[in-house]
Design a protein around this ligand. Structure first.
Ligand SMILES: Nc1ncnc2c1ncn2[C@@H]1O[C@H](COP(=O)(O)OP(=O)(O)O)[C@@H](O)[C@H]1O
Ligand SMILES: [Mg+2]
Length: 375
């Protein structure tokens, strides 16, 4: 049997809860060819949601293609991933894929490698380089295939913010947008978690992808939905958890999807039959311990000014960092140093703006851990 609670990978079936509205909206956008930009903090549920919507579309005329580009370090690595995924996911069998490669990318000699098990995944390596194909030709590929097969294709690109990290990124973004926006039979769902990077790519007027599509920000799942889910998972294994402990699990992690599942699992491990204060506390301590080495690594290289800035946030100060009292209590170096400290912590994804012009820590569990260890 699967673990009753699951975290660290995208989830489906019995591990997937709620998201009814988001599923409906994303599905409608996919079906009507509307481009979508999906943003949320990491491990909030983007990948799970997109996979869910993909599985719910059972219309032969719509193909949803899903790729992750987190490890693409250059423009052509991206084009290879792009073309390989599209070719693989728009045909059912290897021979059909090879046929399509011959049809659409005649100048290539692709390599296909199989696993030892005949049913296992196989991989296609196309070997696209600037010598054999131009960016424009590769970027037009889904439109060509869609036209030929008489279908609509939805291309989903996970960790899209990686595009912003490539050398000559602006030129590349102009290329992508220039071609994609004219495609009639293809739409795009671009998603990623590095919020400041995603925001810069899509919500900055000067950037090529500005107003490319509908921006969806994935919010936390509501407590009531989590409580139902958590209680049912406990019942499944013959245990019980009261509504109030289930709510405390949510509150403790501010409903952050992955942490809810992790904490619920920790509490379950500590429980015999029914969750009590002791099993709850033990589960919570385990969560902090499990996260500790990752957090430690995140702050390992921080300067004392940066650490002080985090201390200020933990103390409830969220704006006016240059004020006299704040400067006296927390040492940030000079006043002009504050802007630098802010920018660097935002780039490290440790802090973010909350929409009210205030700065907050991005991860509430990190905050609790930091308060325990460094305050
Ligand atoms: N709809 C959901 N229902 C239950 N748990 C979820 C849901 N979405 C996400 N999670 C939890 O969050 C974790 C991360 O989900 P994932 O889809 O990988 O997030 P992201 O792509 O935003 O980083 C999952 O392993 C799971 O524990
Ligand atoms: Mg993801």
């Amino acid at each position: 049997m699967d673990k009753p609670f699951k975290y660290g990978m995208s989830v489906d079936n019995e591990h997937f809860t709620d998201r009814k509205e988001e599923t409906k909206r994303l599905k409608r956008n996919f079906e009507s060819g509307v481009n979508v930009i999906l943003i949320s903090p990491r491990r909030m549920g983007k990948t799970s949601l997109v996979k869910r919507v993909k599985s719910e579309i059972n219309n032969d005329k719509i193909k949803v293609v899903l790729m992750d580009i987190y490890d693409c370090r250059s423009e052509y690595e991206f084009y290879n991933r792009f073309a390989e995924t599209i070719l693989k996911q728009t045909a059912q069998r290897v021979d059909l894929i090879m046929e399509n490669i011959k049809k659409f990318l005649v100048r290539l000699t692709p390599k296909v490698s199989f696993g030892t098990d005949p049913y296992a995944e196989f991989s296609v390596s196309l070997g696209i380089t600037p010598k054999n194909y131009s960016p424009e030709e590769i970027l037009s590929l889904p439109e060509e295939i869609a036209k030929e097969q008489g279908i609509q294709i939805v291309v989903c690109i996970d960790e899209f913010q990686q595009i912003g990290e490539l050398q000559d990124s602006l030129t590349i973004q102009k290329r992508l947008r220039g071609i994609w926006q004219h495609q009639k039979n293809v739409s795009y769902c671009l998603f990623g978690s590095k919020k400041h990077l995603m925001t810069n790519l899509f919500q900055n007027k000067r950037m090529p992808f500005y107003q490319f599509g509908e921006v969806m920000e994935l919010m936390p799942i509501a407590t009531a939905d989590w409580v139902t889910y958590i209680q049912s998972r406990f019942v499944e294994v013959g245990m019980t958890i009261s509504e109030s402990f289930a709510e405390r699990i949510c509150n403790t992690v501010r409903n952050h999807s992955s942490y809810v599942q992790q904490l619920a699992w920790n509490v379950m491990v500590e429980t015999d039959k029914e969750v009590d204060e002791e099993s709850f506390q033990n589960g919570y301590r385990a969560l902090l311990a499990q996260s500790s080495s990752f957090f430690q690594e995140q702050i390992r290289t921080l300067s004392s000014y940066q650490l002080n800035f985090i201390r200020a946030l933990c103390s409830g100060i969220h704006k006016n960092f240059g004020g006299k009292a704040v400067m006296e209590q927390f040492r940030f170096g000079s006043k002009s140093n504050i802007a630098r400290v802010k920018t660097s912590l935002i780039e490290k994804e440790l802090i973010e703006e909350n929409g009210k012009g205030e700065l907050v820590l991005s991860d509430y569990i990190f905050q609790q851990w930091f308060e325990n260890e460094y305050m």
